[in-house]
Design a protein around this ligand. Structure first.
Ligand code: FAD
Ligand code: UDP
Length: 369
């Protein structure tokens, strides 16, 4: 008999298992996939750590979380500095003096501010109701047209006028020459890949792979006092109120016979015509050596509407899905023997640091209460 059956060997499940096991609880972790680490899984291809389910950059302002992950992996000093490619024109991101200089030829922060003010004034909306209005208020029409509109519409499969304004609030606008995409105090990539980090978390914990909880629920439930479920919450309840929506992503990964394909880990394609949103060149996430090697691995990312059978990636944060989630949450609250956690269990867009915070808080509540 186990104290906890933990469904999902992703970050939430692994942190929960680690802390519960350290407190003397017996844990069994299962995953329907054939590997641990959930969506942060990295695998070795030609000596390069490939992020199979999308590029993951660890960034946080929470020192306790940063110290926690550094117990299980050594992190490099990777700083995310994506570049936008708009029909062959290259711009630095996030929007900063390098971007403004390339876009308008302005040289000083005062000139850039004046240009942004002029652009905003032409199309200002007092109370922005959608992403298009919010973006134009923030940076004006030129940047909206070249760097935001095409990318966002490809990513979400909807016009910017039909998307909520808050999505764009994540993008910093800076009057300095700083290409660091994140404002976080701490940032990096594990030198040995994320799979090794999760393997270290799960050291000493029993793990069964290729085991689908929903396919054998009664027998698995009988093994433990309590269940921690990190799969999709609607699937747990057999989608009895209807399916929650997600955005999915398709990755087209290729090994190329060249040492350096694009010179950067992330290049966003911000026009509407290029069918993919971005190309990731995995080797640039680590500074392995002065030897670049003869091969490289790239992944093109195609954003897609989710349909049953696809990997659910991004929860769709609109009113309709929010209301549907609230109904499933009420069912979940009525099951004290099951804890719903993580990105799919809580239907929440969680970065990795937030998942760790949530898992630590959850396990502490469990162990102390
Ligand atoms: P998951 O990693 O999804 O783990 C859930 C696990 O449960 C999976 O392994 C799944 O197989 C398993 N499971 C589901 N159902 C069952 C079942 N019925 N039976 C058995 N097992 C089951 N965060 C960042 O901080 N930085 C980034 O740069 C970043 N980039 C991202 C890019 C993309 C494309 C996406 C989609 C997310 C990104 N994130 C990023 C977020 C990050 O992926 C999540 O915070 C994190 O992986 C969530 O961990 P989790 O354990 O909640 O979920
Ligand atoms: N975005 C954009 N152009 C870019 C990069 C981002 O317009 O080149 C916008 C887009 O609306 C996107 C949002 O910023 O949905 C957040 O992007 P980010 O890359 O931060 O989020 P992620 O894709 O990692 O969730």
């Amino acid at each position: 008999m186990y104290d906890y059956l933990i469904v999902g060997a992703g970050l939430f499940g692994a942190v929960f298992a680690r802390e519960a096991a350290a407190a003397g609880k017996r844990c069994l972790v299962i995953d329907k996939r054939s590997h641990i680490a959930g969506n942060i899984y990295t695998e070795d291809v030609e000596g390069i750590a490939v992020h199979r389910y999308g590029a993951h950059i660890f960034h946080t302002n929470n020192k306790a979380v940063w110290d926690y992950v550094n117990r299980f992996a050594t992190f490099n000093r990777y700083t995310n500095s994506p570049v936008a490619n708009y029909k062959g024109e290259l711009y630095n991101l996030p929007f900063n003096m390098n971007t403004f200089n390339k876009m308008w030829g302005v040289v000083t922060p005062a000139e850039a501010q004046a240009k942004i003010d002029e652009q905003r004034a032409a199309h200002y909306t007092a109370h922005p109701q959608n992403l298009e209005e919010q973006a134009i208020n923030l940076v004006g029409v030129d940047i909206y047209e070249k760097l935001i509109k095409g990318y966002t519409e490809k990513q979400w499969g909807r016009p910017c006028t039909a998307l909520p304004a808050f999505i764009i609030q994540r993008l910093p606008v800076r009057l300095t020459f700083d290409n660091n995409y994140f404002n976080a105090l701490y940032q990096g990539i594990p030198n040995e890949g994320y799979t090794a980090l999760v393997a270290n978390l799960l050291q000493g914990v029993e793990v069964r792979l290729d085991t689908d909880y929903l396919a054998d629920r009664a027998a698995l439930d009988a093994l433990a006092r309590k269940v921690v479920y990190t799969g999709p919450i609607d699937a747990y309840f057999d989608a009895c109120y209807g399916a929650l929506q997600y955005r999915s992503v398709r990755f087209e990964t290729e090994v190329l016979d060249c040492p350096n394909y694009q010179g950067n880990a992330v290049i966003n394609y911000t026009d509407a015509e290029t069918p993919y949103t971005r190309i990731i060149e995995h080797k640039h996430f680590v500074f392995a050596s002065t030897e670049p090697g003869t091969k490289t691995v790239i992944s093109r990312e195609y954003s897609a509407e989710w349909k049953p059978g696809d990997e659910p990636y991004y929860p769709v944060n609109d009113a309709e899905n929010g209301a549907l989630y609230a109904r499933y949450k009420a069912l979940a609250d009525a099951r004290p023997g099951v804890i719903f956690g993580g990105r799919l269990g809580e239907y929440k867009y969680y970065d990795m640091d937030r998942v760790i915070e949530a898992a630590l808080a959850c396990v502490q509540r469990e162990l102390n209460g």
